[in-house]
Design a protein around this ligand. Structure first.
Ligand code: ADP
Length: 319
């Protein structure tokens, strides 16, 4: 089967606290979590053929995650099950300022136990884009599996998309995080970082300087720096510019970056999945699909359930 895009990485369950007005008790809502899965769900909602590569436990949580992916239109033919490790569970704490922190029930869980031999190379060979993040590089054997998949995707001439998605508490220390995240950069063509991640990876306080440094050091064909409600700054070839976000009633920014990535890659696929050779106008059109998708995701709660459809993105873009 042919796919537009395959993503490899973490897949876990987030338990998010909920309080019911008038009740003292807090209960936890079970959600599928993991940035690569969110990106694929966004792409599937925007009409693209997607597949996930990763590992869950052979337990009820693993079956739940597989069914969420399938229901979202994401193929699970690359999902494998561990008999020894349990599905990763994360408990989300909402701080008073609305920030989220995670406590892991078992670290590392099954998703970090993906072996190189378990990566379905046929799926990668049958997809136009390979997308990944850095969380699967925080532990072995998933780290080696990620690099083996990257080497295969590169060899096959696939477009490689990378969202480092820095989560410092999951790394032993900052220096290791920086080194390891940069170690995967030479494989990447399209990269999305936040301003904080750009500063962390380059040490540059200046947006344009840091972006140029990252893009040129690794020969990236498109670098997007997402700026929350300010939209996205980009550099590609000789082009550089800014695409604003859309003015929306934002209620929950969870998954906005993943929705951005989904919208961007979906439109990039329409242009043949090759950013080099595109005009600045075409690049802006692609990034506008990303910012529209990201902005729409902030208007709904949650990760996967907040991903906008192709029609919703199109409706926002005509405004
Ligand atoms: P991340 O830091 O996870 O990469 P951002 O928070 O920068 O993601 O959001 C990604 C995209 O989502 C932005 O580029 C923007 O288009 C959209 N977005 C995020 N927050 C808002 C907001 N408050 N209002 C409108 N759009 C937003």
């Amino acid at each position: 089967m042919k796919f537009d895009i395959v993503a490899l990485g973490e897949l876990l369950i987030d338990f998010t606290p909920k309080t019911v007005p008038g009740e003292d008790e807090t209960y936890f809502q079970k959600n599928a979590g993991g940035a690569p899965a969110n990106v694929l769900a966004a792409l599937a909602r925007q009409g693209k053929r997607t597949a996930f590569i990763g590992k869950v436990g052979a337990d009820s949580f693993g079956s739940f995650l597989a069914s969420v992916l399938e229901d979202s239109g994401v193929s699970t033919s690359g999902l494998v099950y561990s008999d020894t490790a349990s599905t990763t569970l994360a408990f989300v704490e909402l701080n008073s300022d609305g920030d989220r922190s995670f406590t892991f029930y078992r670290k590392p869980g099954a998703d970090m136990m993906l072996e190189q031999s378990e990566v379905n190379l046929d799926i990668i060979a049958n997809a136009a884009i390979f997308h990944f993040g850095s969380l699967s590089m925080t532990h072995e054997p998933a780290r080696s599996a990620t690099f083996a998949a990257l080497a295969h995707a590169k060899e096959q001439g696939k477009l490689i998309s990378y969202d480092p998605n820095l989560r410092l508490p999951l790394w032993p220390d900052e220096a290791t995080a920086c080194t390891q995240i940069l170690a995967a950069m030479p494989y990447a063509d399209v990269v999305k970082v936040s301003e904080e991640e750009l500063l962390f990876l380059t040490g540059s306080q200046d947006l344009a300087t840091g972006a140029k440094q990252l893009k040129e050091r690794f020969g990236l064909s498109l670098l997007c720096v997402t700026l929350g409600e300010k939209g996205c700054y980009y550099q590609a070839g000789a082009y550089t510019g800014h695409v604003p976000a859309f003015s929306v009633q934002a209620i929950d920014t969870t998954g906005a970056g993943d929705a951005f990535m989904g919208g961007l890659l979906s439109r990039l696929l329409d242009y043949g999945a090759r950013p080099s050779g595109l005009s600045d106008q075409e690049l802006q059109d692609i990034i506008r699909h990303g910012t529209a998708s990201g902005s729409l995701a902030t208007t709904k709660r949650g990760g996967i359930p907040a991903m906008p459809s192709k029609a919703e993105v199109a409706a926002l873009l005509v405004n």
